[in-house]
Design a protein. Sequence first.
Length: 206
Amino acid sequence: MKPIVVTGTDTGIGKTVFSAGLTAALGASYWKPVQSGLDALTDSQIVAALSGAPVLPEAYRLEKPASPHLSAEEMGVEIDPRRLALPEVQGPLVVEGAGGVMVPLTRETFFLEVIAGWKCPVVLVAGTQLGTINHSSLSLRALKQSGCDVVGVVFSGAAEPDVEATIAEMNRTPHLGRLERLGSLSRESLCRAMQAIDLERIRRAL
């Protein structure tokens, strides 16, 4: 069974909440290889709380909430892409990227290059706010041009049917559904919200 990678058009777009819901729905383990920012709850801690699933330790835990290459440089370390080889687990594995598709891991390596090297199916999480057509289209084209198997795009935020349809149709990418921004976030509310996502299409990609 292949791992599945969750990436996004930007940071703060809803990747972690979706990753938690997907991890629970698939009965998967979760891995966030690079965590930038340790001041608040980490993405791994959030996913553990929302999914109750096994969470693997990060390869890099970086203190500064910034692009991974800048956060690593501030700590005097350099991210080695070889340390980001996919771990072996029993059953499905959800892997969440850091920031957006083109976030730098070093001065020479974008996260996209690592994602492409994994050769796993990818889900893009995109917001529905103004500007998302541009950001989503650029991200989808970058993923596809790098040879990634894009399962589809999941939207996060208020419903914008015309915008969502434009992104899916013009980029020839399946619309996997939309995850509402939940006022009260819990395992139960997230599980209900995930019913709007085409989980069967994602399962078929594994």
